[in-house]
Design a protein around this ligand. Sequence first.
Ligand SMILES: Cc1cc2nc3c(=O)[nH]c(=O)nc-3n(C[C@H](O)[C@H](O)[C@H](O)COP(=O)(O)O)c2cc1C
Length: 199
Amino acid sequence: MAETLKIGVIVGTTREGRFADKALEWFEKKIAAREDMSYEVLDLREAALPFFDEVAPPAAKPVTDPKAQAWGERLKHFDGFIVLTAEYNHSIPASIKNAFDYAFEGWQRKPLGTVGYGGVGAARAVEHLRLVAINFGMVPVAGAVSIGGADFVKASQGTPISELGDHLEGPAKALLDDMAFWGWAAKNAKDEAEARKAA
Ligand SMILES: Cc1cc2nc3c(=O)[nH]c(=O)nc-3n(C[C@H](O)[C@H](O)[C@H](O)COP(=O)(O)O)c2cc1C
């Protein structure tokens, strides 16, 4: 079987009753249907990271908290990440920022995609997340899913996202196609850089 990319799908909010579970249920079907990638769900509720409390940033010094160590190690296994994000007060939920703050190596030079949801489809949060990602040498991809406006209201009230119509299919495909393109581009470039160093 051809090698596939390993994508981490990060569930970014943690509160009880979160909309994130609806977005995940829908999005998992899209990514599971891809033959060019495999995925795992990285749920920040399960990761249960403490609020950042280290003497130095992980880029400068390994973290000491055991849950954060496990989080950082787990990230290293993936070729890229898709974050399911809400918008909290015009930015990303603190849980997501904290999860980024708590690691370094595992984020490096990998593509970052988003499935945003909320009144404006988490548009402002997604833009902020892209800026954070650049600090880690990540590649924020252009393709993105945005579940906003009437879609968000209907889905919040119980309509499954899959029954909202087929207008989210195109953005989901664009997101996954971009993840595949930039995931391989980054992986190949890293392999070539290693080979050049060894030569
Ligand atoms: C603390 C907080 C701040 C919020 N701020 C915004 C916001 O700035 N823009 C927006 O569209 N929705 C905002 N909302 C509404 C969220 O889009 C909505 O509650 C969504 O379901 C949150 O995602 P979650 O259910 O996965 O936690 C906010 C919700 C919370 C809890």
